[in-house]
Design a protein around this ligand. Structure first.
Ligand code: XIL
Length: 370
């Protein structure tokens, strides 16, 4: 009897209260999920919102975040020459195909990245297998043609835009082109050819030249000069990709405004292709870790500065949205960013809009404010 009283008088009410508060909580969160708009919805009048992904990330809880927030994707590494074409007679489609299938299944746009770059290119590409010596210009151009034709044809109709040539312009003041092996062996010609071959393989794809440190006026002038030159020769280049690997100390509003203004005057499609705002002052070259690099706390001060830069960026992206068709973040959340290992290996960075628990950060709320 005592036990029954205990149950009716104490356990039952407790259980009821608990279940009510649970269902209330459930209702609230389902409603929130229903009404919650993602970045893609907030910016739908302006541009698509993309994210760089790995095939693995699509099998984790990050996939849900992608569907909630983004309407475009870029493979972070899976379609680069090294991963997708590791040996002359071997293509590795698994990663690229799984990203393409996810995009199709979920109705996301897909950007292709990248067909010709000096990094992540396998050694065989530049080497004569019989002699071990560097290949001739003719052989290199033929290999580049085969590579571009095969990769672009495979994703024809799924990938709507390709970063055809990546980072061909030099960062050095008095140097025009980066002295990559492509450049050393072929001269400038490989650039125009790469665009032509990509266009032949998929005449409907939008073809981009993509580069970083575009806020630097000297580099910008060279990028613009090259694109004008390609256009004058009738090369099918349709857009310019500004990577947007920025930081808490740059770009200033003025720097970004003049960058967007100068590129918009080209009259081409413009996309921000690899946006992230590092919480460390910008550096462009990999270097050893120093004593001060061990302090990797994401302080309120760093966050405040990051919020400010993100706000300036999106204010200006919106201002120039007539010219900007897409803004893509480079990685999904602060759980993992390429900046955790660049420019300093093992220095944790926090450059994105979502924290390691996939929760929106202050910068997120700031940029979606009306
Ligand atoms: C980076 C990837 O994020 C890393 O995982 C990889 O180790 C190196 O490349 N510019 C580009 C991107 O165009 O392809 C680079 O991506 C970042 C800089």
């Amino acid at each position: 009897m005592k036990q029954i009283f205990f149950f009716v008088g104490f356990i039952l009410p407790l259980a009821l209260v608990n279940s009510c508060s649970n269902s209330k909580h459930l209702d609230k969160s389902t409603n929130q999920a229903k009404i919650k708009e993602g970045l893609k919805d907030h910016f739908k009048e302006y541009f698509t919102i993309g994210v760089a992904v790995s095939p693995q990330s699509l099998k984790t809880d990050e996939a849900g975040l992608i569907l909630q927030e983004f309407n475009s994707m870029t493979p972070e590494n899976a379609m680069k020459m090294g991963p997708i074409h590791p040996l002359e007679n071997q293509y590795n489609w698994a990663g690229g195909d799984s990203i393409a299938a996810f995009a199709k299944r979920n109705n996301l746009k897909l950007r292709g990245h990248t067909l010709c770059w000096h990094n992540q290119t396998p050694r065989w590409f530049f080497t004569d297998s019989a002699t071990g010596k560097q290949v001739s210009k003719e052989v290199l151009l033929q290999r580049l043609k085969d590579h571009i034709t095969t990769v672009v044809s495979r994703y024809k109709g799924t990938i709507y835009a390709w970063d055809v040539v990546n980072e061909a312009i030099s960062d050095k003041k008095d140097e025009y082109m980066r002295p990559s092996l492509f450049y050393q062996i072929c001269g400038e010609e490989f650039i125009a050819k790469a665009f032509q071959w990509a266009h032949e393989a998929d005449p409907n794809a939008l073809l981009f030249y993509n580069d970083y440190n575009e806020i630097n006026p000297a580099k910008r002038e060279k990028i613009i000069r090259m694109i004008k030159d390609l256009k004058a020769k009738g090369v099918p280049v349709h857009g310019v990709g500004l990577q947007g690997h920025w930081a808490i100390n740059e770009p200033s509003k003025e720097q970004l405004e003049s960058t967007l203004k100068d590129f918009s005057e080209l009259g081409l499609n413009m996309q921000i292709t690899e946006l992230d705002i590092s919480v460390y002052p910008k550096e462009h070259n990999a270097r050893e870790r120093k004593a001060e690099d061990y302090d990797t706390v994401f302080t309120a001060e760093k966050e405040m500065k990051q919020v400010e830069v993100y706000k300036n960026c999106f204010d200006l992206f919106k201002k120039y949205s007539k010219h900007i068709s897409s803004v893509t973040f480079w990685n999904i959340s602060d759980r993992r960013s390429w900046l955790d290992n660049f420019p300093v290996r093992g220095r944790k960075d926090y450059p994105l809009l979502f924290d390691a628990q996939l929760k929106p950060k202050k910068a997120y709320w700031e940029i979606i404010k009306k």
